[in-house]
Ligand binder design. Structure first.
Ligand SMILES: *Cc1c(COP(=O)(O)O)cnc(C)c1O
Length: 426
């Protein structure tokens, strides 16, 4: 690990913590982050030439796998015609049409450059539309690093033990109400008290930033019901779940239609992207039709659109998602069997191609408190043992895992064989 160590030393001199996003640092698991050189299919290679089966998939976007040939071809063809125009291009329409076709709640979309931008803009729009200020979010859900949403947030914020952040004015978060995930009673009580002031409820319909926690039956239904009753908007943050838990996203899978939907990750196929959309009457509140200002120099970038469209084509192909979900089930069940056989207390969650490993015997894991009570040391030992074995898991116990269409029988077998040896060392 000579080269990766050297690069990390250099990076730390020039970039805070040596990383451009905190979850990449190995703060939670200990050790140093690995610098990668290339990826192909389900595999990545680090700068020292070691190969890993990858279950991070760039934190979700690479649902088609690394360096997928059709995706690369579309990107290269598009890039050859120019990288950006700052003016409309036809690929934006193709992307908008594709998203509206697959995602039940979308009548119109606005394309942006990150998931953070999507949630930030959706909040502004929801507040303008309802002429209310309060926002409801859930503990352990992460919606990007938006000031108003960085309250009891998940993912890196949670891993670093700072689920809020210094630098956010009290006044900005004063309008954010935070509730326990999967707790329908808490939602009802909150609405009884504040219903007429709530602009929107924002939720990850499958929580993926506190490990992987699917909604319990009735939870999303309760959100829809309370929003309808009070006139608040329901925002599904599907930046992670979009095209990861189904081609119709979580809203199709669970049959609950939000008013606004945020997307990102998969729809850019590995390029920087975000999107938000929903009902036409709400979306037409955006400038230049309405007064809600939102803009982006590189939004709808043609190269991003090309990567995203080619990726969406792969995942929406007949039978593709079913195959991906079956592969994920095979992986998750295989890991469970091997943990059980080794006497390691571990339980799993899965939704579509997202999965979570929890080092606890308190199954099923449905609440944030349970996630926090898991044996972090056991996870960290497992993480490092797997890394040594050539399997790259997310370097934190509070992150979901991702499988891609490129994960074939051989990659899964390799992973399970590695896990058998790793569990023996946990
Ligand atoms: C990743 C993520 C975001 C933030 O997206 P960025 O592109 O990193 O800004 C927002 N919400 C959810 C649910 C995410 O998983």
């Amino acid at each position: 690990m000579q080269r990766t160590h050297e690069l990390f030393q250099q990076a730390q001199e020039l970039i805070p913590g040596g990383v451009n996003s905190p979850v990449r640092a190995f703060k939670g698991v200990g050790g140093e982050p690995i610098f990668f050189e290339r990826g192909e299919g389900p595999y990545v290679w680090d700068v020292d030439g070691k190969r890993y089966v990858d279950y991070v998939c760039s934190w979700g976007p690479l649902v088609a796998g690394h360096a997928e040939p059709d995706v690369l071809r579309r990107v290269q063809e598009t890039a050859a015609k120019g990288l950006s125009f700052g003016a409309p291009v036809e690929l934006e329409i193709e992307m908008a049409r594709t998203l509206c076709r697959h995602v039940p709640s979308l009548e119109m979309v606005r394309l942006v450059n990150s998931g953070t931008e999507a949630t930030m803009s959706a909040l502004r729009l929801a507040r303008a539309h309802t002429r209310r200020d309060k926002i409801v979010k859930f503990q352990g859900c992460y919606h990007g690093h938006v000031d108003a949403l960085l309250v009891q947030a998940g993912s890196g914020a949670l891993t670093l033990g700072v689920p809020g952040s210094p630098g956010i004015p009290q006044a900005v978060v004063a309008e954010t109400l935070t509730l326990p995930y999967n707790d329908a009673d808490a939602v009802e009580q909150c609405f009884d008290q504040h219903g007429s002031e709530i602009a929107a409820v924002i939720v990850e319909p499958v929580a993926g930033n506190m490990n992987c926690v699917p909604p319990v039956p009735g939870f999303l239904e309760k959100l829809r019901e309370q929003c309808d009753r009070s006139g608040a908007l329901l925002i599904f943050d599907e930046v992670m779940t979009g095209f990861r838990v189904g081609v119709q996203c979580a809203q199709g899978r669970f049959g609950i239609t939000p008013d606004l939907t945020c997307l990102g990750k998969v729809i850019g196929g590995g390029m920087p992207v975000g999107a938000f959309g929903g009902r036409r009457d709400i979306m037409e509140g955006l400038a230049p039709v309405g007064g809600v200002y939102q803009a982006g120099t590189l939004s709808g970038n043609p190269v991003t659109m090309a990567a995203g469209l080619a990726t969406l084509e792969k995942i929406a192909a007949p039978g593709a998602f079913e195959r991906l979900e079956a592969t994920t089930t095979q992986l998750v069940e295989g890991l469970q069997q091997r943990a059980d056989a080794a006497g390691v207390k571990m339980t799993t969650n899965q939704c579509g191609s997202m999965f979570g490993l929890f080092f606890t015997d308190d199954a099923p894991v449905t609440r944030f408190e349970q996630v926090k009570a898991c044996d972090l040391d056991a996870f960290n030992r497992f993480f490092h043992a797997m890394l040594e074995e050539g399997v790259y898991l997310a370097p934190a116990a509070f992150e979901a895992g991702f499988v891609s269409l490129a994960h074939d029988a051989q990659a899964i077998e390799e992973t399970l064989a590695a896990a058998e040896r790793a569990f023996a060392r946990v």
